[in-house]
Ligand binder design. Structure first.
Ligand code: SF4
Length: 251
């Protein structure tokens, strides 16, 4: 009999260190399932960030490299250019990618590196204790914005998909969420599409996943998913911002 919930081959049995209810584990699984289904796990190299997913390499049966804070796209560029037959991806949170790593992600995207970036946006710094991130919503309370983010003082949330989609080179830029079953299925499809395009040598692919951080949001996981739907998605609308090859209309 076929197992319905067997662990993807390219995941280890290591228990997650993530907080209960965190979405990181779900997104890890989407990555692993996609690599297995595309039969590319044996030639895939991941690049782990600094942040809550710093130990991502413990959870995948893949070759992995660690990068200094924010530099994962630069490290991935080096790996891909020296091993072009490899499938290379970064897995980064919003503090890593949209704050200290802003330059790296923009220039890797602008060069059209044939890599895949999985971007976890939970609107807050997770690992370091819930400080305001570039993606924090206006009015959202964090450890460093106890009265709520003030746009006059700190600007507005950076919308990375919208920003990268203005560049000429990226071929696939999309934003998904994993807060409902329907969104989860769309997220899986997006992650798999991104890796398939890389496998075909098409160019730079970027999948932003809106996620919850129950610990630093101070909410239970179910309430966090509700908050994500009501507050986050209106600011970060789901959808595909760039599909240069029209892959979604052909799907
Ligand atoms: S701090 Fe937030 S993002 Fe980090 S593991 Fe905990 S719930 Fe997940």
């Amino acid at each position: 009999m076929e197992k319905v919930f067997s662990r993807p081959k390219c995941m280890t049995a290591t228990p997650y260190h993530y907080c209960p209810g965190c979405d990181h584990g779900i997104v890890h699984r989407l990555v692993a399932e996609s690599l297995d289904e595309l039969e590319i796990a044996d030639k895939t190299i991941g690049v782990a960030p600094v942040g809550c997913s710093v130990f991502a390499y413990d959870y995948f049966n893949l070759d992995f490299s660690a990068a200094a804070h924010g530099r994962a796209p630069a490290v991935a560029t080096g790996i891909k250019r020296t091993r072009p037959e490899s499938i290379v991806f970064t897995y980064q949170g919003d503090g890593d990618l949209a704050a200290i790593g802003t330059a790296e992600i923009i220039h890797a995207a602008n060069r059209g590196e044939n890599i895949t970036v999985i971007f976890i946006n939970n609107a807050i710094y997770g690992m370091t204790g819930g400080q305001m991130a570039p993606t924090t919503l206006v009015g959202m309370k964090t450890a460093t914005s106890p009265y709520g983010r003030d746009a006059a003082l700190c600007g507005h949330p950076i919308k990375v998909c919208e920003l990268l989609s203005t560049l000429e080179s990226p071929i696939y830029v999309t934003r998904v969420a994993v807060n409902t079953s329907a969104n989860l299925m769309k997220a899986k499809k997006a992650v798999k599409t991104a890796f398939r395009l890389q496998k075909e040598g098409k160019g730079f692919t970027f999948v932003e996943v809106l996620c919850i951080c129950p610990t630093n949001w101070g909410k239970a996981p179910a309430d966090s998913h509700q908050w994500l739907a009501e507050k986050m998605i209106p600011v970060f609308p789901l959808g595909t911002y760039k599909d240069k090859l029209g892959v979604e209309s052909k799907a």
